[in-house]
Design a protein around this ligand. Structure first.
Ligand SMILES: Cc1cc2nc3c(=O)[nH]c(=O)nc-3n(C[C@H](O)[C@H](O)[C@H](O)COP(=O)(O)O)c2cc1C
Length: 383
C-alpha cells in the first residue's frame, strides 16, 4: 500500500510523471498566479491555539452534511478533463471516494459521462453543472443529472468567461492536443503516462459530447465548449434552477456575504465559498479570508462548503474552525493520482485523514464539533 508523506511530495512526483503541459494545466492559475498562491498562504498563515488535557484517545471524523453521514468532513472538488491527467482518473477517484465514504464531484467538463460515473459510484457522486448558454442544453443537462439520480447538484457561478491562464496560453494547451515538436518531446519523456493514454485513446468530454454540432471532431467540440461559457447566468436562472431541481442544490463560487445571503434567501441548500482555486480572477481575496464574513452573514447553521488552497489536514481543520461546514480539495487529489496511478486513488484521502486526525488530537478536539473558532489565533496578521 502506498503511503504519501505530504501533498507537496505528491505534487513533486506528479510533475515528474505527467507531461509538463498537463501538469501546468492542473497546477496553474489565473494571470501571474498570486491569487493561487494566496489561497494556500492565507491558510498557512492562520495559527492554532491548542487545548491540552483532553482525552483524545478516540478521534471521530464523521460528519453530517446535506442530510447524510460522511466518514470525513471533506470531499473531492470537480476537476474538468481529469482523464487527461491520467486515463481513468474520474472513475478511480469516485470509487476510492465511495470506499472511504466521502463525496466525489464530477465536472460537466469531465471525461466520463455523468451517467457512467453515477453507475460506478451510485451513493457518493455529486454533479457539478456549468449552466450552458444555450437553454436547451442547460435544461437537458439538468434533466440528465436528475434522471441519473444525483442527490447534489453544484452549479458553478464563477466562470462568466474562460480565464486567462498564462501557462495554458504559453503551452497552447487544449483538447485535442495540437501536434508540435515540443509536445512530442514532452509526451516522450513521460512513458508511463504515454502508454496509459495510448491504451485508452484520446480523452473526450463525454458528458457534453452529445451537444456538439453533428459530425464535429474533438477540435470543434472544444471550441463549442468554450462558446458555451456561463456568461449569461444570473439570479433569475438560479431561482428557476432552484424550482426545477428536486434535491440538494449548491452554488459554487460565492465570495461575498451579499451573494451568500441572497443564495440562502432563494432556498439554496448550501453555498460553496470558492474562487475556482485561483484560476479565474488573480486579484481575488483568499477563500479563507472570505469565510468569516460569509459565516456571520448567513448565520451559524447555514451549510457552507469551503475550497481553495487545501493541501493538508491542518488546512481542513482551520477551515472548519473558521466556520466551514464541509471542505473540498481539488488539485490535491489529482496530484495523488498523477503521482501513483488510479490504482492508488486512495492515497490523498488516506493522507488527509491521517493529518486531520493528528491535528484534532493536538487541538484537543476528539470530534468535529469540538473544533471551535477559539482554536484560531485571531491576531495572526498583526504579528
Ligand atoms: C485543473 C482544474 C480543473 C477544474 N475544473 C473545474 C470544473 O470543471 N468545474 C468547477 O466548478 N471547478 C473546477 N475547478 C475548481 C475546483 O473545483 C476547486 O474549486 C479548486 O480546485 C479548489 O482549489 P484547490 O485546487 O486549491 O483545492 C478546477 C480546478 C482545477 C485545478
Amino acid at each position: 500500500m502506498i503511503k504519501a508523506v505530504s501533498i507537496d511530495d505528491l505534487r513533486r512526483r506528479a510533475s515528474k510523471r505527467i507531461p509538463r503541459m498537463i501538469f501546468d494545466f492542473l497546477d496553474g492559475g489565473a494571470g501571474n498566479e498570486s491569487g493561487l498562491r494566496r489561497n494556500r498562504e492565507a491558510l498557512d498563515d492562520l495559527r492554532f491555539i491548542p487545548r491540552a488535557l483532553v482525552d483524545v484517545d478516540t478521534i471521530d471524523t464523521q460528519c453530517r452534511f446535506l442530510g447524510r453521514q460522511w466518514a470525513m468532513p471533506f470531499g473531492v472538488a470537480p476537476i474538468g478533463m481529469s482523464g487527461m491527467v491520467w486515463p481513468g482518473a474520474e472513475i478511480a477517484m469516485a470509487r476510492a471516494a465511495a470506499f472511504a465514504n466521502i463525496p466525489y464531484t464530477l465536472s460537466t467538463a469531465g471525461t466520463t459521462s455523468l451517467e457512467r460515473l453515477k453507475e460506478a459510484s451510485p451513493d457518493n457522486a455529486w454533479f457539478q453543472l456549468y449552466y450552458a448558454r444555450d437553454p436547451a442544453v442547460a435544461d437537458d443537462l439538468v434533466a440528465r443529472a436528475d434522471n441519473a439520480g444525483y442527490d447534489v447538484l453544484m452549479v458553478t457561478v464563477d466562470v462568466p468567461r474562460p480565464a486567462r491562464r498564462l501557462r495554458d496560453i504559453t503551452n497552447n494547451f487544449g483538447l485535442p492536443f495540437r501536434p508540435s515538436l515540443r509536445l512530442a518531446l514532452d509526451v516522450a519523456s513521460r512513458p508511463q503516462w504515454s502508454l496509459a493514454t495510448l491504451r485508452n485513446g484520446m480523452p473526450r468530454l463525454e458528458t457534453i459530447a452529445p451537444y456538439a454540432p453533428k459530425g464535429s471532431g474533438a477540435q470543434s467540440l472544444a471550441a463549442h465548449m468554450s462558446s458555451q461559457s456561463t456568461g449569461r447566468l444570473d439570479w433569475e436562472h438560479l431561482k428557476r434552477l432552484r424550482d426545477r431541481w428536486p434535491r440538494h442544490l449548491i452554488a459554487k463560487g460565492i465570495m461575498s456575504p451579499e451573494d451568500a445571503e441572497r443564495a440562502k434567501a432563494i432556498g439554496l441548500d448550501a453555498i460553496a465559498i470558492s474562487n475556482h482555486g485561483g484560476r479565474q480572477l488573480e486579484g481575488c481575496i483568499a477563500t479563507i479570508e472570505a469565510l468569516p464574513a460569509i459565516r456571520a452573514a448567513t448565520g451559524p447553521d447555514y451549510p457552507i462548503v469551503f475550497d481553495g488552497g487545501v493541501r493538508s489536514g491542518e488546512h481542513i481543520a482551520k477551515a472548519l474552525a473558521a466556520g466551514a461546514s464541509f471542505v473540498l480539495a481539488g488539485r490535491a487529489f489529482l496530484y495523488g493520482i498523477a503521482a501513483h496511478g488510479p490504482e492508488n486513488a486512495n492515497v490523498t484521502i488516506d493522507l488527509l485523514q491521517e493529518e486531520l486526525m493528528a491535528t484534532m488530537a493536538q487541538l484537543g478536539a476528539p470530534t468535529l464539533a469540538d473544533i471551535r473558532p477559539e482554536h484560531l489565533f485571531k491576531n495572526a496578521s498583526a504579528l
